[in-house]
Design a protein around this ligand. Sequence first.
Ligand SMILES: [Fe+2]
Ligand SMILES: [Fe+2]
Length: 308
Amino acid sequence: MMTLQSYKSHAESWEQRATIRSRPRRIVEDDGLHYYPLERQPLCAHPAIVDAGDAVRDFILLQSFYKYINDVIIFETEIVNATALKIARGRFAHDFPFACRHDAMSVVIDEDYHAYVAMDYLRQVEVHTGVAALAANHEIELSRAIPRALERVAPPYRDGMELLAVAISENTVTAEVAAFSRDTTLKRSVKGVMSDHLADEGRHSVFWINLVKLYWSEIDEAARSALGETLPVFLKEYLSAELQLAFDRRLIDALDLPAATRREIAGDMVGAYPITSQHPMIVNIRNFFKLSGLLDHAPTRAALASVL
Ligand SMILES: [Fe+2]
Ligand SMILES: [Fe+2]
């Protein structure tokens, strides 16, 4: 069990390894590789898109990349940092020791820096390709999932719910960024941006898991039950494909294809985003619950059984 005494600050490794302290700027290059993994965009597998050729496919991958980058910026600045800053400044409804608050402050710096790098690289790519990003979503799944989960728990448990939601999503993002950084079909600079990001997110993953462990060990049974029972509400919203679908509709509309073909593709997209128990996000979320010890709590384990 994580206790106050066993929490170990990452301050020293942050000084040595934080990318803001150690990495040069990434510059987009001409290597003919993709901006986004083909298998992450089901549109690319549609027969009409396959027939349409490389230019249409590359446009879809590029726009999907822009969306991914924009989503990451929303995630870092509006979701993670809202919670991390609250913890760092001692405004969270649970008393964390200095080491935790200090580490939370380093997360705020890292995430703002990731957003800065993302804005820089996105602009470089727009200039390099001459293709501007389509209108971006103003929110991500978490922008809806977190407030909806918070509404469902009594006020004293809301900060705890927010902590669990951010810890789960930070772990998911780490796994995604890791997958990107290993993908051999991607441009070198895309992989570089992703592997820089991964270097920081590995540290964040451990931080959020340890914070949840500490928090969970210090709250009472009523709090654990209230949080465990609300997790499925959060997960259902978090895993919704609504925003992806809305974006893909705008993307299909922007394709250089006849209107009838675009209508046909749009009609086929419903149900193209299955989230099954084998889905990488689910595998990763299950892993988080194991590592953080939440599955050791029988009522929480029972509540999650329906989702995971
Ligand atoms: Fe980040
Ligand atoms: Fe992070």
